[in-house]
Design a protein around this ligand. Structure first.
Ligand code: NDP
Length: 387
């Protein structure tokens, strides 16, 4: 029986992880859950899975949750970043699923690593912001970081059992998102609801918008660098609209390995929870005869500049990826609030990066300062835009 903590249990990944747990009650037990503000869903999850502790993002939500729960409920409720860290490091858990969205996932994930927990990592921002520190601390504590992101799970599976020295390059696949065949002119007018309609995956809003701009793939390139200890220059991206091949590796002898499957996050989530074992699920089997053609082509970086900007930030290293991530988070929120257009995203992010002097080998404090600085500067720029 594995004891599981889920950070971000009310999100898309969190709900899928609980679905895996519900279908395998003999294998998993929920120890702890965290949410942001969705108290109604967290309440239902507490009643069903009976965690020992939970945390929410602020005191107000914690008070609302206590009021909503039955007076007999014994669950301990923590709140704010300290509360999230407390729950992330809850002693009896074996694995922590890190699935908070955005930079809010970093500190709780680091706390879980410090407490010696294996991490099933969905929160790519943890690696983008602090990949060097996170991997160093994980090695020191002897904890495994197992990717949940479907592309990284694919690479992880392709490399399993092979010598890393034999790896020539990694190829991350990307669906291309809802605007793959749009012209640059058409991109000027896309709405939020169009942007949120991903062709193949059901995900949270932030990652869905990042998928449409291809920033998500850029963040994944940086995540892959740290997860697999490869140079950014050895990570390629290919558009693959069918989302059947989740990613590939090439070895030094020219042999390629790819991992395929139906696009459903429950597969990589369950694998990260059971690695090195696999468990049965009730998903349909991939029928390649029915799938038809599998296409692959190079991304258009002129049309989707976010990918190129992320590559550049990844190559620069230091605090540049922190600034990239923070500027993107603020710009995406502004797009969701109708304050900027979809096409403004790369321009804003690039401007912020251009103003930043990257700090090499940053400390955690440098990272948090760079994150704060970028958020403030991005808000200033957005405040001066009239759409
Ligand atoms: P969602 O937006 O669906 O869920 C985010 C979760 O984080 C929710 O539980 C939310 O709580 C919680 N949360 C957000 N902000 C805070 C905060 N400040 N404090 C505490 N909790 C917070 O996101 P996804 O599940 O789609 O994505 C989660 C992570 O996984 C992201 O990093 C994403 O890039 C990554 N990922 C997601 C994939 C997917 O298929 N969805 C695929 C691969 C990676 P609440 O809703 O209660 O406010």
């Amino acid at each position: 029986m594995k004891k599981i903590t889920i950070l971000g249990s009310t999100g898309s990944i969190g709900v899928s992880a609980l679905n895996v747990i519900e279908k395998n009650p003999q294998r998993f037990q929920v120890e702890a859950l965290t949410a942001g503000r969705n108290i109604q869903l967290l309440k239902k999850q507490i009643e069903k899975f009976k965690p020992k502790v939970v945390a929410v993002s602020n005191k107000d939500s914690a008070l609302k949750l206590r009021e909503a729960l039955n007076v007999k409920s014994r669950v301990k409720i923590f709140y704010d970043e300290e509360g999230l860290k407390e729950v992330a490091s809850f002693p009896s858990a074996d694995i922590v699923i890190s699935a908070i969205s955005g930079s809010a996932g970093l500190m709780p994930t680091l706390a879980a690593i410090e407490a010696g927990k294996d991490i099933a990592l969905a929160n790519k921002e943890t690696m983008v912001m602090a990949g060097e520190i996170v991997t160093r601390r994980a090695i020191k504590k002897g904890v495994k970081i197992i990717p949940v992101d479907s592309e990284h799970s694919a690479i992880f599976q392709c490399l399993d059992g092979y010598n890393r020295r034999d790896l020539r390059r990694i190829i991350l696949t990307a669906s291309g998102g809802p605007f793959l065949n749009f012209t640059r002119n058409e991109l000027k007018r896309v709405s939020l609801s169009q942007t949120l309609r991903h062709p193949n995956w059901k995900m949270g809003k932030k990652i869905t918008i990042d998928s449409a701009s291809m920033m998500n793939k850029g963040l994944e390139v940086i995540e892959a660098k740290w997860l697999f200890n490869v140079d950014i220059g050895d990570i390629d991206v290919l558009i693959h609209p069918q989302s059947i091949v989740h990613s590939l590796v090439e070895f030094i002898d020219g042999a390629f390995l790819a991992q395929m499957g139906v696009p459903d996050m429950k597969i990589p989530i369950a694998y990260a929870m059971t690695y090195p074992e696999r468990i049965i699920n009730d998903l349909p089997s991939l029928n390649l005869a029915k799938t038809g053609n599998l296409e692959f082509f190079k991304p258009d970086i002129k049309k989707f500049p976010c990918l190129g900007i992320a590559y550049a930030a990844g190559l620069c290293g230091g605090t540049a990826p922190v600034v990239l991530n923070a500027a993107d988070e603020i710009a995406v929120s502004a797009f969701m609030e109708n304050k900027i257009r979809f096409i403004d995203l790369p321009e804003i992010i690039e401007k912020i990066l251009a103003r930043h002097d990257s700090i090499k080998n940053p400390s955690l404090d440098d990272i948090l300062q760079a994150d704060l600085w970028a958020r403030k500067e991005t808000k200033k720029i957005i405040g001066r835009i009239i759409t």
